[in-house]
Design a protein around this ligand. Structure first.
Ligand code: UDP
Length: 316
């Protein structure tokens, strides 16, 4: 069993929820984060929720090999859950070098350091974006990946491939790296304590934080990106999974990775698709007041519909 887990990007949205579940399940956790897209609010929330004031925290950039090496020298790391990455599709189109450097170099460093310290188990945060606009829905893990339409999407595909190659190459080496890639659909929601949640810096790119910030008056109006898609109400359809369910998926993956050979891949979604309008209406109902919205042009790179077949994760 993996006992000590390094969570890179552990101060961020998904990382903080995963840290809570890991600690609740009895794992020791080390958090590394460069705070590039969050502050310490969620990490402080994690400490409150878990009642643990002693979670080791490294404010480091995983692109710096020596910093990652220091963490592995100071802790016997059994597994890494690698969240630390840039994730804004539009920004990646504008700043490809920054995205490739950050998302690839940080992961390469994690893998190389892990290998050099005797090997470990690695969970990689991949994304449904690797499927692109699939011809057949829902998408299974066998659905072919389509060429990425953004540098961000490309980094997810490339990191999956890097992990696959490293797992294969280290199987018979001193430092065995075992790996699982988890393809997230659309994580939303927050821990029931509300001490942690999705708090991106600046204007949110994702739907739900934009809705929540509009609901509390921080944003004027939600722009719905397109109402002329070939969907029931014309707005985009996605598979929204609660972040705590997603976090629990990581606990199961950690157990699974120990016995695995080769790169194993799992979809983490619910299998249900909901439209932007359905999400908005549900949110209005839950918070008891209307939320201002307007119909805006389609967002470049968006697809009409994407939802998962999560049966592999459920079964295994
Ligand atoms: N969306 C929207 N307005 C926003 C943000 C997102 O209408 O301000 C739509 C987007 O076009 C997509 C869905 O909400 O259909 C989910 O987008 P998000 O960026 O959250 O996730 P994605 O599936 O693109 O990774």
């Amino acid at each position: 069993m993996s006992k000590k887990v390094l969570v890179s990007g552990g101060a961020g949205y998904i990382g903080s929820h995963v840290t809570v579940e890991l600690i609740a399940a009895g794992y020791e956790v080390v958090v590394a984060d460069n705070l590039s897209n969050c502050d310490l609010t969620c990490f402080e929330g994690v400490k409150k929720i878990t009642g643990r004031d002693d979670i080791p925290f490294y404010q480091i950039d995983c692109c710096d090999y020596a910093s990652v090496d220091k963490v592995f020298t100071e802790h016997k790391i059994d597994a890494v859950i690698h969240f630390a990455a840039f994730k804004a599709v539009g920004e990646s189109v504008a700043e490809p070098i920054m995205y490739y450097r950050n998302n690839l170099v940080s992961f390469l460093n994690i893998l190389e350091v892990a290998k050099n310290h005797g090997g470990c188990n690695v969970l990689f945060s991949s994304s449904a974006t690797v499927y692109g606009e699939a011809e057949v829905l829902p998408v299974t893990e066998q659905t072919p990946r389509l060429p990425a339409t953004s540098p961000y999407g490309n980094t997810k595909q490339m990191c999956e491939d890097i992990l696959r190659d490293v797992v294969a190459a280290t199987a018979a080496s001193e430092g065995v790296v075992k790996g699982i890639a988890l393809r997230y659909f659309n994580p939303i929601g927050a821990h029931p304590s509300a001490l942690i949640g999705e708090l991106p810096r600046g204007v949110p790119n994702n739907l739900v934080p934009f809705i929540t910030q509009t609901a509390i008056g921080k944003r004027e109006c939600l722009s719905i990106f397109g109402n002329d898609y070939p969907t029931a109400d014309g707005t985009g359809v996605r598979d929204y999974i609660h972040v705590v369910d997603l976090a629990i998926g990581h606990l199961h993956a950690l157990k699974k990775v120990c016995s695995g050979t080769g790169l194993n891949i799992y979809n983490l979604g619910t299998g249900n698709g909901y439209s932007v309008l359905e999400v908005l209406r549900a949110f209005e109902k839950a918070c008891g007041h209307p939320i201002k919205f307007e119909i805006a042009p389609r967002r470049p790179g968006d697809i009409a519909t994407c939802f998962s077949d999560p049966s592999k994760a459920k079964a295994e």
